[in-house]
Design a protein around this ligand. Sequence first.
Ligand code: ZN
Length: 369
Amino acid sequence: MTTEGTPSLSQYTVGYVGTEPVGEALQTLPIDVCTDEVRLALCAAIAGWRMQPSITLYCASPSRWMDPAIANLVSYILAYPPTVGHLDIKINAIYDPSAPRRHVTQRSVVLSSGGIDSTAALLEALDQGSDVLAHWVDYGHRYAAAELAAVQKITATIGVPLERSRVDLGREIAAGEQRYAHIVPARNVLLAAIAAARTSADHVVVTGLADEAKVPDKSPRFYAEGSRLIGATVSSPFADMNKTDVLVRWRRRWADVLHPAITVTCYEASGRCGRCRACAKRAVAFAAAGWGDDPGFRTDPFTDPAGIIADDWLPRWHTFGPSRRADLLLAFRYAHDRLPARVAEFAEKAWRAEAAVLEQRVRSLEPQT
Ligand SMILES: [Zn+2]
């Protein structure tokens, strides 16, 4: 155990009640959530935003956190995109909070963002007969209100209890966004740690898809080792699927329970801008999976208002895997008359060039009888 004196301002301390950012963020959480796991996760998130190579963890049970594998895992999670590198986690036992009160009895908790993937994960858990709880965290993100409205509507419709937590990272997000756009370092570690601390769940569902496996806290390594950081096992039911696959599964199994248009997937406060990358991906997945258009968009993503398709996706076309290329081509076919001319022209050539890939994908997406 490293014993530290008064922490210097260059260190981001957890459990330190003062005027610096982590102390303020910590104080926005209910006391029963302030477990060692949450304090470490909060420090990791802030270290990521600040590119800070050192964390001081003030914790109740220091010996548990001396395992070098924990520092190694946090360093791995922060290596994309913040490249903090190898974190030096100092352990200090001077902070000794009262034991957390665990007051919810569900065995499984799904981190819910109101999006397609986490909503499908709730439906999947219900199908499997799990005693499941939805947990939503307001971390000061600008689309929080739209997310909450969707999560409330979804959980009320399917009869799943919803618990909410809040940790105010608005100041960190504002600083970090200039550097990382919409990527929030260690976000899933933090949200999962909060959800685990808030409940008695043995298991936290952090929904990650196959094409998100390069995101460290949705990676195979995170699912294998994440329990070290969050105090519960962590998994994703859709780790081998992409968004189109999830929406096809939804069409086969839950179409009469809930329409996926109830979900939100947008980086803007409006919830369905139609112009951002998340909206463009959502529109493609809806069309490729046979759901047609999401009626809620304020601007039609297929008109490519921000040039995401033409200026970003088409130049990178050959870096995409076959499923993603096929899903884009299926969506382009669906929305052909609305595409900008140069995207439509590209699509016509690609349908011929990639006929085999397309045919194989269509077969794999056909509803099973
Ligand atoms: Zn959007």
